[in-house]
Design a protein around this ligand. Structure first.
Ligand SMILES: [Fe+2]
Length: 448
């Protein structure tokens, strides 16, 4: 039965607490229907799909991709997407940028840090409030990534979006977002992440008011779970903790807009009805959410500070072995117990580029200046490390077991050097005093 309502079908939201319902597993093949009988049995493309629906395949990989990496989903929808894919006109992309975008900023190379982007007073939703901080690689070649921030004070309501240039990893930092997708509804708050596949239409609503967060737009191979190597079959991010939405649809026959970003350009078309009209679907190309607090960290239990790659939640491989197109790494709550060791991160120069953000709490290498909602960029081979005060304290402290509590920082780490956008290079936006944090690192060498 089709319920003509402006809300998503009642099957999606729990009547108990209004929260969405999910299916568990990462890269599973799911089958779900919002209306009984909407999902065809056995056939993908029956002569007549059930309930007068149209069958449509969304391919996430080439038809002939190897089975272990092949991604596609079959939709059974009120109208096929061809009715949502005509009459596009280009509009200004606002503050969204797409690689290659190397020449917007003439900032000299440096350690860069930004305080939180303030949520503006003027109306903005997830799409109009999306602003790019840095880009690397080349979306045309399906290499690299962009780091964005979203600031929003209103729901998208009748505006929908899909991205051709890459999948989107949303990292809410302030307040809950409700993501309505073709596959169903996902709620995510600070400490959770959402992956929205390429080509998946969606909109973002704000159930609890203004929201802010980070976005990694991944132009390269899809994010997947990293190999565990000697760690074995368990720990880090476990597949069963990823959640995909059950089918839900919006049966809404009122005018709306569909935006598409393709090769860095933003287009819009007017639609007479919602494009989120998928009543049933099956497949393995679907949005998922994950609670970062379910990550099971594995660390050093005797001496030395391991490389941060031990905290990789998701990785997008490149064609160079062990060298990620982008890794999504977190620094979660954990015990630090190493003996006779400098416990914070060491000073380093990394050939990979590191974009960091802080979701909540305090990051142990930067207790001052790096605040929740803020971000930093340590580009390829730019030296960085703990500030002077942290170095002094960590060099002298009594090394008892210590719990780092109430903290969640993250890093987008990529093999491609990142170029700050003109927007992010505005001096009034940058923390110009950031490099001063190393001023107190005095000469200590004494050969006597
Ligand atoms: Fe680093």
């Amino acid at each position: 039965m089709t319920v003509h309502t402006n809300a998503f079908s009642e099957a999606v939201l729990s009547p108990r607490d209004g929260s969405p319902a999910y299916m568990t597993g990462f890269e599973n093949s799911f089958a779900t229907e919002a209306v009984a009988g909407a999902l065809p049995v056995m056939r993908n493309s029956p002569q007549k799909a059930p309930l007068g629906l149209y069958a449509e395949q969304l391919s996430g990989t080439a038809f002939t991709a190897p089975r272990h990496s092949n991604k596609r989903t079959w939709f059974y929808r009120v109208r096929p997407s061809v009715l949502h894919g005509r009459g596009f006109r280009e509009v200004h992309a606002g503050l969204i940028r797409t690689a290659p975008c190397r020449d917007e900023s003439r900032l000299p190379i440096a350690q860069l840090r930004w305080p939180p982007i303030v949520i503006p007073d003027e109306p903005c939703d997830f799409l109009s409030g999306l602003r790019t901080i840095a880009t690397g690689g080349d979306a045309h070649l399906q290499l690299g990534m962009a780091a964005h921030v979203y600031v929003a004070n209103r729901s998208m309501a009748d505006r929908y979006f899909y991205n051709v240039d890459g999948e989107l990893l949303l990292v809410p930092q302030h307040n809950l977002i409700r993501v309505f997708t073709e596959c169903g509804v996902i709620d995510a708050g600070p400490g959770e992440i959402v992956i929205i596949p390429k080509g998946m239409k969606f909109k973002v609503d704000l159930p609890n008011g203004p929201a802010r967060g980070y976005v990694c737009e991944n132009y390269g191979s899809y994010l997947t779970l990293p190999e565990r190597g000697p760690i074995g079959a368990n720990c880090l991010a476990n597949p069963r903790d990823f959640l995909a939405p059950v089918a839900g649809y919006e049966d809404k026959e009122t005018p709306c807009e569909l935006y598409v970003k393709s090769l860095g350009r933003l287009y819009v078309t007017d639609l007479p009805q919602s494009p989120l009209d998928v009543v049933a679907w099956h497949g393995n190309f679907a949005p998922v959410k994950y609670d970062l607090r379910r990550f099971s960290p594995v660390g050093s239990v005797l001496f030395d500070h391991p490389d941060p790659s031990i905290y990789t939640v998701l990785t997008s491989a490149s064609d160079m072995a062990g060298t990620a197109n982008v890794d999504f790494v977190i620094f979660p709550e954990r015990w630090v117990v190493m003996e006779s060791s400098f416990r914070p991160p060491w000073y380093h120069m990394n050939v990979m580029s590191e974009f960091m953000g802080l979701i909540y709490g305090v990051y142990d290498a930067k207790p001052g200046g790096f605040v929740p909602g803020g971000m930093s960029l340590h580009n390829a081979l730019i030296a960085h490390g703990p500030d002077a005060e942290v170095f002094e304290k960590a060099s002298r402290k009594d090394l008892v077991p210590e719990r780092l509590s109430g903290t969640m920082a993250f890093m987008f780490e990529t093999r491609y050097p990142l170029s700050a956008t003109a927007y992010a290079s505005q001096l009034e936006l940058l923390d110009g005093a950031y490099p001063d944090c190393w001023d107190g690192l005095a000469r200590k060498f004494d050969r006597s």
